[in-house]
Design a protein around this ligand. Structure first.
Ligand code: URA
Length: 235
């Protein structure tokens, strides 16, 4: 079966279709030894496609994983400092990519896939899917401080949009909260609490939209169900 070169690259997990078009236009992709810059080119499994000189295999099997990430793992495919990555927890040969990131010290729900289009969609800033976190912070912030975060706060680098925050437990100089945000800016939850003078002691993502981490032990993963995949694609 023939498909457009950009779709071939997206299905192989190299990039979203849109980003793959740019890689092609930038002359980074070759077909049977020849750099191809036009976007109409169709390819099949008989062709040898290379991206930056490396063969891109596309077995067309799309894989979707939900991982309960422990702390102490970085959520990239490789790390120049030699730290453990989430790929060390996954026993699947295909090239998978984390959809967005969780910090080294954050645990919980991380989706990994080789579906470049879905990754693009879910990580695009215009996507307002709710992400729920359980957060333990130092101190006992009052409702007035939490309201600043609920409304949206100017953190310097960016202003957050509104969030939902519920106090679950207070006491012994610590507070446990449930925080729901729509964005996924770099270290957003940590920076939000720094803004009101609290350090994040523990941070765990428990859901993305209707997808929940419940039932998966730390460090373990499972394939997403057909319904979960359908749901994510429709978001
Ligand atoms: N917010 C953070 O600060 N860190 C994460 O890992 C996720 C959300």
């Amino acid at each position: 079966m023939e498909v457009r070169l950009q779709k071939y690259l997206a299905d192989a997990g190299i990039a979203s279709r849109r980003k793959a078009e740019k890689l092609i236009a930038d002359g980074k992709v070759s077909v049977n030894g020849k750099i191809i810059k036009e976007l109409g080119r169709k390819v099949s499994s008989q062709d040898i496609i290379k991206y930056e000189g490396k063969v891109v295999k596309n077995n067309n099997k799309l894989i979707y994983i939900i991982l309960n990430k422990p702390t102490g793992y970085i959520s990239t495919v490789s790390d120049e400092k030699g730290r453990k990555t989430v790929m060390d927890l996954i026993d699947i040969k295909s090239r998978l990519y984390p959809v967005g990131r969780l910090d080294y010290n954050t645990s919980g729900l991380l989706i990994l896939t080789n579906d470049g289009d879905l990754t693009y969609k879910l990580t695009h800033p215009k996507h307002e899917v709710e992400k729920k976190y359980l957060v333990t912070v130092s101190g006992e912030p009052d409702e007035e401080s939490l309201d600043k975060l609920r409304i949206g706060a100017n953190l310097g680098e960016y202003t957050t949009s509104s969030s939902r925050i519920k106090v679950l437990e207070r006491g012994n100089g610590k507070t446990k909260l449930e925080v729901i945000i729509h964005e996924g800016k770099n270290r957003q939850v940590r920076k939000m609490f720094e803004y009101i003078g609290c350090d994040v002691i523990k941070l765990k993502r428990v859901s993305i939209g209707k997808i929940k981490i419940k039932g998966i032990s730390q460090g373990k993963y499972r394939q997403l169900t057909k319904e979960e995949i359908r749901y994510l694609k429709k978001l």
